[in-house]
Design a binder for this molecule. Sequence first.
Ligand SMILES: [Zn+2]
Length: 137
Amino acid sequence: MHHKLHKLHKLLHVIDMQEARLERLEYCFPGIWSERPVFKSIDHAPGWDPLLWETLRKARDIAPSFKLVQIKEKCGTLRIYMERGSVPEGKEDEVRRILIEAGGISSLVCEVCGFTGKIDSSRRWRKTLCIEHRALF
Ligand SMILES: [Zn+2]
């Protein structure tokens, strides 16, 4: 992670909250993580949490067997990866569409606070932020 981003996340207590958010995720969606070795972490800032929760709820509504292998921020957007084979074949496309849609929505939502944001690609790293949080960098 970029040093300046790390500093910002520290400032916003994102790092302190990781464990609590992970616990909350597992409480809300029991058995959501794949049993295979996975990157079990929530590294993004909490502005995307409502979007993440909503997306997982939708995925589970379609396929209760849906399992995660990774959640991450990449190129300024939220990426949610499902375990291959955890969703019945006939429902895979529908679930995949929802995950892709969440990535698209995240490019319009400030990762830090959840307000309307925009991808800032003028720097070395891409980040979706609102005007206020853009000014922090
Ligand atoms: Zn913001």
